[in-house]
Unconditional design. Structure first.
Length: 302
C-alpha cells in the first residue's frame, strides 16, 4: 500500500478488469461497461512501473460523466482525512466550474483504507442526508470507504477459500509474502496478472528508491517509538525498581528506562535490517538506514 506502488498497480493496463470490478460495486455500471469506457483523467497516465516517477499522480477515473477519485489511506490522521475531503470537494467544484452538464453523474471519492475507521462493513457510503436520514441532499456527491482490514483478517483466520474475488484483490494489495501472493491468485487469470504486476514492481531495479532515507527514517521513527516505548517502559520500570533499592528510586527509574528504550530500539532496527536483506538491499545502504554497523548486519546475513 506504499503510495507509488498502489498507484502503479491501479493504473496498470493488466489491472483494468479488476479495477472495473471494484468500481462496479459502487456505481450503477457493470464491470464490462466500465472496462470499455473507463478513462484515466490524468494526462500523464498510465503508470506501468516505478521507474516512471514523474508519472505518479493522483488517480482520477471517468466513466461517462461520473468522476472517481481513488485514494489509498494508511492512517486516519485528521490531516489526511481533511486533505482527502478537501480534494474531493475541489474535484466537484472544478467539474461545475468547467461547464459540465448538471446531470445525474456522480462525483465520488473511493478510499482504500488500511485502517478500520468505522465498522466491519466492506463498503461504507457517505452522502449528505438530513438528521433523520430520510432525505438526501446532493446525492451525486458521495464518499465511499473500503475496509481493507476485514478481508485481511478473514484471510488469515479462515483461509483463501473464504474470500470472494473482490476480497482477494484487497488482500493481495496488503500481503507481503510472494508464496502467499501466488497461492491466493492461483487459478484466476486476472488475479495472476495482478500478482505478476506486484512481483515485477518489487523486483524493479529502482525499487530501493521507495525506501529513500527520509521516508525510511520517518517509518523507523514511528515503529521505534511505539515498540521501544512499550518494551522500554516495561523493562526500564522493572530494572529501575530493582536499582532503586540501592541507588534511590528516582535515579534507578531514569537509568533503567533509558537502557530499556535503547535496547527496544536496537531490537527493532535488527528486525528491519533482516527484512531489507530479504529485499536484496546492499549492506552499506542498510547500515545507513538502520544505524547498525555493517558487522552487526553481516552476523545474520546468512
Amino acid at each position: 500500500m506504499f503510495d507509488p506502488i498502489f498507484k502503479s498497480i491501479v493504473q496498470n493496463p493488466d489491472f483494468r478488469s479488476l479495477l472495473s470490478l471494484i468500481i462496479s460495486h459502487v456505481t450503477v455500471y457493470s464491470p464490462s461497461y466500465i472496462y470499455e469506457n473507463l478513462v484515466f483523467a490524468n494526462t500523464e497516465l498510465p503508470v506501468e512501473n516505478y521507474k516512471e516517477r514523474k508519472k505518479i499522480t493522483d488517480i482520477i477515473v471517468k466513466v461517462e460523466g461520473t468522476i472517481i477519485n481513488i485514494e489509498a489511506n494508511k492512517s486516519a490522521k485528521a490531516s489526511m482525512v481533511a486533505k482527502n475531503n478537501l480534494y474531493h470537494h475541489k474535484i466537484a467544484y472544478d467539474r461545475y466550474l468547467s461547464g459540465m452538464a448538471m446531470d445525474n453523474s456522480e462525483v465520488f471519492q473511493l478510499n482504500f483504507n488500511v485502517i478500520n475507521r468505522f465498522d466491519d462493513r466492506l463498503f461504507i457510503e457517505f452522502c449528505m442526508k438530513d438528521d433523520t436520514g430520510k432525505f438526501t441532499d446532493e446525492e451525486n456527491f458521495k464518499r465511499i470507504h473500503i475496509n481493507m482490514v476485514k478481508p485481511l483478517e478473514k484471510y488469515y483466520n479462515n483461509g483463501k477459500e473464504s474470500l470472494s474475488k473482490l476480497e482477494k484483490i484487497l488482500v493481495m494489495f496488503q500481503i507481503t509474502s510472494k508464496s502467499e501472493l501466488r497461492d491466493i491468485s492461483k487459478g484466476d487469470e486476472e488475479l495472476e496478472n495482478m500478482a505478476k504486476i506486484i512481483e515485477d514492481l518489487n523486483e524493479d531495479e529502482h525499487i530501493i528508491g521507495l525506501y529513500d532515507k527520509e521516508k525510511m527514517d520517518e517509518w523507523m521513527k514511528k515503529i521505534d517509538h511505539a515498540e521501544a516505548v512499550k518494551e522500554g517502559h516495561e523493562k526500564g520500570l522493572k530494572q529501575g525498581l530493582e536499582e532503586g533499592r540501592t541507588i534511590g528510586l528516582e535515579q534507578g527509574l531514569e537509568q533503567g528506562l533509558e537502557q530499556g528504550l535503547k535496547e527496544g530500539s536496537n531490537k527493532k532496527a535488527l528486525e528491519i535490517a533482516k527484512e531489507l536483506l530479504k529485499m536484496k538491499m546492499n549492506i552499506k545502504d542498510i547500515s545507513k538506514v538502520t544505524g547498525l554497523s555493517e558487522e552487526e548486519i553481516n552476523k545474520f546475513k546468512s
